[in-house]
Write a protein that binds this ligand. Structure first.
Ligand SMILES: Cc1cc2nc3c(=O)[nH]c(=O)nc-3n(C[C@H](O)[C@H](O)[C@H](O)COP(=O)(O)OP(=O)(O)OC[C@H]3O[C@@H](n4cnc5c(N)ncnc54)[C@H](O)[C@@H]3O)c2cc1C
Length: 284
């Protein structure tokens, strides 16, 4: 399909992009790698009047360590750049997930900012960022705000981001020696999207049990979520298998032609168990 007609402008700076979004009053959309927005436009599920191309804004690219030890990932950093970055190489769950996201083109063009702004209920990166307790930095021409990733997603393709805001960076905690992380997913074979994808960060064993556990789940509910009941069970001393059985507690599990509710509920628990075990195995 051919998209509906639209105007195209290439932003010359972040301020320029923000001004254009502010004056467009919701009629404009930013385009970064175009891996989600262009397919939507071709299907005419999105019809922006104007595309504001932010793809070449150097100020939104790259990975660096912040003075407090955390890691800042620029919104335009691509999957492939994340995979090859020397700082991010130590995040086991990223190394697990990224090689299986889309294909070479998607990984070369798709960006971390685009992935979370799009808020696809089956995207992999949101589950990873949930398990890492990341923060999203969003800026408009009026203000900048820092949004905990745990309050970012609101529903399918819906987030707290305003029409005139851009994600500028995503902040991750600095690596910890006493935790391990992993990502495990079962994918829909045609699209590669997760039927159930699970990111786990586990560690800080004090001799009696695990004192830290964070689990992000995607593909299962109407938006990616933290599996709080699993985390509580792991820290409370339940076996990993018992804890994994809580994978979908309190969640309305999606049901579609790829996986009905019963199957998806089951594989969510299986993937949680696998991700927990793999994260712990990384502790060596
Ligand atoms: C064939 C194919 C297979 C795929 N497989 C997978 C998969 O297995 N797993 C997976 O997780 N994903 C998959 N994807 C989706 C892909 O990961 C995302 O589409 C991509 O990462 C989005 O980033 P982008 O830069 O291309 O965003 P764009 O398509 O440019 O934009 C997407 C949305 O985000 C907004 N946006 C972009 N950047 C910003 C910003 N900085 N601030 C605010 N809003 C912004 C845009 O306005 C738009 O609404 C697949 C996509 C394709 C085409």
């Amino acid at each position: 399909m051919i998209p509906a007609a639209f105007d195209y402008v290439r932003a010359t700076s972040l301020d320029d992009a923000l001004k254009r979004l502010a004056t467009a009053g919701g009629g404009a959309k930013a385009i970064a790698g175009g891996q989600s927005l262009l397919p939507l436009m071709k299907l005419r599920l999105a019809r922006p009047e104007t595309l504001v191309d932010i793809g070449r804004l150097a100020e939104l690219k790259g990975v660096h360590r912040l003075p407090d030890g955390r890691v800042a990932v620029g919104a335009l950093t691509t999957y492939d750049e994340m995979l090859r970055d020397p700082i991010l190489r130590h995040y086991g769950l990223l190394a697990d997930a990224i090689p299986n996201i889309g294909d070479v083109q998607v990984r070369n063009r798709g960006t971390i900012g685009g992935s979370i702004a799009h808020a696809d209920p089956a995207s992999d990166m949101p589950a990873i960022l949930l398990a890492l307790d990341a923060e999203v930095v969003a800026r408009s021409s009026r203000a900048e705000r820092v949004i905990p990733i745990t309050s970012f997603f609101e529903g399918a393709f819906a987030s707290v981001l305003h029409d005139d805001e851009l994600i500028t960076e995503v902040r991750l905690p600095g690596g910890r020696d006493d935790v391990g992380s992993a990502y495990r997913a079962i994918e829909q074979p045609a699209s590669g999207y997760s039927i159930a994808g699970v990111a786990a960060v586990v560690g800080a064993h004090d001799g009696t049990g695990w004192r830290y556990c964070a689990v992000g789940v995607t593909g299962v509910g109407d938006h990616p979520y933290r599996a709080a009941a699993v985390e509580k069970a792991v820290i409370g001393g339940e076996s990993l298998a018992q804890a994994a059985a809580h994978a979908t507690d309190g969640v309305t599990v999606a049901s579609d032609i790829h996986a009905d509710r019963e199957y998806r509920t089951h594989v969510a628990s299986v993937q949680v168990l696998r991700a927990l075990e793999a994260a712990i195995a990384r502790l060596g």
